[in-house]
Write a protein that binds this ligand. Structure first.
Ligand code: PLP
Length: 358
């Protein structure tokens, strides 16, 4: 078996023991005589999977009981409109920090629903920064304040979170479960699963329960947090297999614990940033006080050299390092499941490449 080092930004690498377990259980799930792919979503076997996935997230992130954890579909992208549909009443305003590509998409969709105020705009600084707290121009009594905790494309990340009067809403698609959080600081967190939590197909929503009551009458059930809370995310047939993998991945990370995950993530990112900082050859894209522990972005002197870098890396089984087409450069996406050996392989390659081309 040859597993390459997969630096793809999402879907992304999964823990090998999880894939092995899924393989071993695929045909006959725990003596039920059928695959979990075939099981009824109302049956006992799947119910337990569903509940354990939620319980694992609650445990790892220490989510208080006044928050519901939902497993929904439509990806983080549907949350761009579901959040304002549920939380932004007519006549109210929602504050958004525009920190880059993903924040912009959230803003676009929120504007389809209601009033949006841009509380901070770091677009001109993309890909270097996310906004600083002190630059946030917040609306009094805003319906909520929306941020994107990690801009996956530019590689800029909020290193801590502002205390806001209005509920803080965060798109954590690319850094959930990578560091400890004080959940009570947030009104709502959403994250699609294909970066840090499992395969694609699910978006995890952590919502303070009282906020779900804000939804206007007449909101269709599938778009209403309240109806998903009332049915334990079983309003319709859930994506059972994706949730099964989410359960296995969170079970795996639960054994590690959030502090250890965080420390490893910092160490992984540091090993790459150290090379970037020490050399004139590599240039980090994001400013050092907000560079991401999940998506390490850097550039070389010109695009031709970047292409050569990427090609040679691929021939060494280092896959997925090409930066997003909108910003160019190189990007190493190193989510929770990305192994330390892969970091060391990349670092060794970077040193060697610099010696030959520097
Ligand atoms: C990947 C990503 C999304 C989009 O997720 P989908 O599941 O494809 O909708 C949204 N926000 C951020 C920050 C992301 O990294």
């Amino acid at each position: 078996m040859a597993r390459i080092f997969n630096f793809n930004p999402g879907p992304a690498t999964l823990p090998l023991p999880v894939l092995e377990q899924a393989r071993d259980e695929l045909i006959d799930y725990r003596d039920t005589g059928m695959s979990i792919l075939e099981a009824s979503h109302r049956g006992k076997a799947y119910r337990e999977v569903h509940e354990e996935a939620i319980e694992n997230i609650r445990h790892i992130l220490d989510v208080p009981q006044n928050y519901a954890i939902l497993l929904l579909q439509g990806g983080a992208s549907l949350q761009f409109s579901m959040v304002p549909m549920n939380l932004l009443s007519e006549g109210d305003t929602a504050d958004y920090a525009d920190s880059g590509a993903w924040a912009s998409k959230a803003i676009h969709d929120a504007r389809c629903v209601g009033n949006v105020h841009i509380a901070a705009d770091s677009q001109s600084d993309v890909p270097r920064r996310v906004p600083a707290f002190e630059d946030l121009d917040l609306t009094e009594n805003a319906a909520y304040v929306h941020i994107t905790s990690n801009e996956t494309i530019s590689g800029a990340q909020w290193k801590s979170f502002p205390q806001t009067q209005s509920p803080l809403v965060a798109d954590m698609s690319s850094d959930i479960l990578s560091r400890p959080l004080n959940i009570s600081q947030f009104g709502l967190i959403y994250a699609s699963t294909q970066k840090n939590l499992g395969p694609s197909g699910v978006v995890v929503v952590i919502i303070r329960r009282d906020l779900a009551d804000r939804a206007p009458d007449g909101l269709p059930s599938m778009l209403s947090y309240k109806s998903h809370i009332e049915t334990d995310s079983m309003l319709n047939t859930p994506p059972c297999f994706s949730i099964y993998l989410l359960m296995l991945v969170t079970q795996f990370f639960r054994k590690t614990g959030i502090e250890a995950l965080y420390n490893t993530n910092i160490e992984k990112a540091k090993r790459i940033y150290d090379i970037v900082d020490e050399s004139e050859f590599y240039r980090g894209t994001a400013a050092s006080d907000c560079r991401s522990d999940m998506n390490v972005t850097f550039r070389l002197a010109n695009e031709e050299l970047e292409e050569t870098f990427n090609k040679e890396a691929e021939s060494r089984q280092l896959i997925g390092l090409k930066g997003h087409r909108s910003v160019g450069g190189l990007r190493a996406s190193i989510y929770n499941a990305f192994p330390l050996e892969g970091i060391d392989a990349l670092v060794a390659f970077m040193k060697d490449f610099e010696q030959r081309y520097g």
